[in-house]
Every structure is written in structure tokens, then in C-alpha cells.
Design a protein around this ligand. Structure first.
Ligand code: CP3
Length: 356
């Protein structure tokens, strides 16, 4: 007779039971989970060291580097979630778009997208085009244990803006000209980008990501009417591709006027930039969604007393939400003193009883 293997009375908690997943799903917790957009990157000396001699895009496609860089802020700051180290243009590169990420500038596309013929240069994304992403996520999930990994994608509008402008843009004039001048081509372009974003998120979830964030960084440049007509249906398609699998966070910058609309694109958690109070964000989204945010990243350059007061205020406001994920209101600025980030994590952790 064989002795049955002993099973623990309670299963070991995994990332699916993490504070991040629970808060983003809309559970009120004793204290919010905390992570930072752009937590991996230039604010860390250990990041600058491993990136030495390797381009940004190469780094994003090498599982050994992706794993190391993603883990760095988890080790250093003790954040409650890891964000996959990559860039929003990686899936575009994977389908064959000729682009580069230029230091201090951002993504630059060799031949901007301007006509119907350009659609042929943007095939659908299939998992076989990104085996390295699957491998990186699997390696990370094995290393992270109970700490959840957040996968992400750029949203159709933000991706379209880089493709159409050919690089970062202040006014998005070519993008808006295409949107209004040839709406059919615009919708066809965004439908393809929604497929790419949805497939890219699916690859990350299939490999073990516990939550996802859709970044629509530049959508705050649109009016609500244009957003709802030309953009939201495509963001909704991308989000729909992963509905019901893991909690979804939907974030953009300067989106005070769009928050209600963005929430309705299909999300469990709405990302709030630093310009909008969490209480206003709750009102604008009908109190029906978890919120993520929203310390102003520039405040990390102010004296600690200021940062502490703001963190406490944001955590207090977040207690009114169905769920709150503490974050900055946009990415960590490269010259941020990393010890400030560690102190913010320690403070947020001290505001609840982690044993509860
Ligand atoms: O830590 C993390 O948040 C994960 C990594 C991450 C990067 N880019 C790494 C990166 C994530 C989530 C992104 C998403 C991304 N990329 C967005 C959406 C988020 C946002 O900030 O609104 C956007 C708009 C991009 C496009 C992009 N890529 C920009 C504007 C830049 C900065 C250009 C510069 O050099 O100032 C990049 C490059 C980039 N992506 C860096 C990093 C760490 C810097 C590259 C380097 O270290 O040399």
C-alpha cells in the first residue's frame, strides 16, 4: 500500500490570490497593493548596468534580460506586482514593422503608415511570431512565486499614433487627419491593431500573466466624441479578447474627460492619471470600477513630508473605491531617486495589516 502524499490543509497562496489581483477585481482590502508604471528602467543603476551595450528592442526580445530587468524593482522595492519589461511597439516589430526605439525620443517608425497599401505591412499577430515573449513570461512566473506579473499592450489609438506619425507626436496631426479624412482606412487600421493587441495580451496570459494593462497613453488628445466613435470600439475589441481571464486595467494620460468612456470599453480597473482626484474618478465612472493611481511622478522630487502626505491622502481616497491599486499617475521619471520609490512602498505597506 502506498502512503498518500500529504496535502497541506490550505493550499499555498499563488498570484491569483494576490492583493493586486483582488484589488483590481474590485475587492476592498485593508491596504492597496502597490506597483509603479515604468518601475523597471532608467531610475535603477542595476538596470543601466545590464542594458549597457544592448539596444532597447534587443533587450525586450532576450528572455534572460527581460527576466532580470523585470525582477529588479521587485527585489529592490518589494512592490506587490511585477510589470513585464517590454515596450508597446514590440508586437509591431514582431509582425514585421521596421522600427526602432531611440534613446531620449521613443519609438520611431521607418516608413509611416499613410495609405491603404500600408495595411499589407501590418499582418495579424500569431503566437509563433513571439515565442520569446512566451518564454520570458514563463521564466518570470516561475521566479516570481506568489507575486503577480502584469502583462501589457499598447491600445490601438496609441499604437496607430506611432505608426501614422512615424514617431512621438505633440499634436497627432497626421493621425487625426487619417481618422477624419479616411474613416474606413482608420477603422481598418485600428481593427488590425486591436487584433494584434488582443493576441499579444492572450500570449502573455497563456504563459502565466495574472493581470493585464492596456496603455492608451496618448488618447487624452481626443475629444470624447472622437474617442467614442473612432477609438473605443477598437480598444473594446482588444480588451474583449481577454475578458473573464484576468483583471484588466485600462490607462491613459490626460483622460479626465474620457474616464467614464474608457471604463465602458471593458475593464475591471480604470487607471487614473495624476491630474484627477480618485474621488472624481470614482464619480466619473459611477463607482463601478476599481481604480489605479495616482501619485504625481514629479512629486517624488519633493521633500519626503510632501510625498508622505500625498500617499496617505491617495490611500484614504482609495478606500472609497470598490478596489484600489496604488500607483503613480504616469511612469517613473528616469532621474527619480529610487530610494523614494522604496519609501513609498514601505509607507503603503505600513498602512494596513498584511496578516489580515
Ligand atoms: O517598468 C515598466 O513599466 C515596464 C516597461 C515599459 C517600457 N515601456 C519600457 C521602456 C512599459 C510598460 C512601456 C510602455 C510604453 N512604451 C508606453 C506606454 C506607457 C506610457 O509611458 O505611457 C509608451 C507610450 C511607450 C513608448 C516609449 N518607449 C517611450 C515614450 C519611450 C521613452 C523614450 C525615452 O528614451 O525617453 C520608450 C522607451 C522605453 N520603454 C524605455 C523603457 C525602460 C527607455 C529605454 C531605455 O532605457 O533606453
Amino acid at each position: 500500500m502506498t502512503t498518500p502524499a500529504t496535502t497541506p490543509a490550505t493550499p499555498t497562496p499563488g498570484p491569483a490570490d494576490s492583493l493586486l489581483v483582488r484589488a483590481a477585481r474590485g475587492e476592498r482590502l485593508d491596504r492597496p497593493p502597490v506597483w509603479f508604471m515604468r518601475q523597471a528602467g532608467r531610475s535603477l543603476p542595476e538596470y543601466r548596468e545590464v542594458r549597457e551595450g544592448t539596444t532597447m528592442l534587443e533587450s525586450c526580445r532576450r528572455p534572460d534580460l527581460v527576466t532580470e530587468i523585470t525582477l529588479q524593482p521587485v527585489r529592490r522595492h518589494g512592490v506587490d506586482a511585477a510589470i513585464f519589461f517590454s515596450d508597446i511597439v514590440v508586437p509591431l516589430q514582431a509582425v514585421g514593422v521596421d522600427l526602432d526605439i531611440v534613446a531620449g525620443v521613443g519609438p520611431v517608425v521607418e516608413e509611416p503608415f499613410r495609405s491603404r497599401a500600408d495595411l499589407a505591412r501590418l499582418p495579424e499577430l500569431t503566437p509563433d511570431l513571439v515565442p520569446d515573449i512566451t518564454e520570458s513570461v514563463r521564466l518570470l512566473v516561475a521566479e516570481l512565486g506568489a507575486t503577480p506579473l502584469i502583462g501589457f499592450s499598447g491600445a490601438p489609438f496609441t499604437l496607430a499614433s506611432y505608426l501614422v506619425e512615424g514617431g512621438p507626436s505633440r499634436n497627432h496631426e497626421h493621425t487625426k487627419a487619417l481618422m477624419h479624412g479616411d474613416p474606413q482606412l482608420w477603422h481598418d487600421l485600428c481593427a488590425r491593431l486591436a487584433q494584434i493587441a488582443g493576441a499579444y495580451l492572450t500570449v502573455q496570459i497563456d504563459a502565466g500573466a495574472s493581470a493585464i494593462q492596456l496603455f492608451d497613453s496618448w488618447v487624452g488628445y481626443l475629444s470624447r466624441a472622437d474617442y467614442e466613435r473612432y477609438v473605443r470600439p477598437h480598444s473594446a475589441r482588444a480588451l474583449e479578447a481577454v475578458a473573464g481571464r484576468v483583471p484588466r486595467i485600462h490607462f491613459g494620460v490626460g483622460t479626465g474627460e474620457l474616464l467614464g468612456s474608457m471604463a465602458e470599453a471593458g475593464t475591471e480597473c480604470i487607471g487614473v492619471d495624476y491630474r484627477v482626484d480618485l474621488l472624481d474618478a470614482l464619480e466619473r465612472t459611477g463607482g463601478r470600477y476599481a481604480v489605479q493611481g495616482n501619485l504625481d511622478p514629479a512629486l517624488l522630487f519633493a521633500p519626503w513630508e510632501v510625498v508622505e502626505r500625498e500617499v496617505r491622502r491617495i490611500v484614504d481616497e482609495g478606500r472609497q473605491a470598490p478596489g484600489h491599486v496604488f500607483n503613480l499617475g504616469h511612469g517613473v521619471l528616469p532621474t527619480t531617486d529610487p530610494t523614494m520609490l522604496t519609501r513609498v512602498v514601505e509607507l503603503v505597506h505600513s498602512l494596513g495589516d498584511d496578516s489580515a
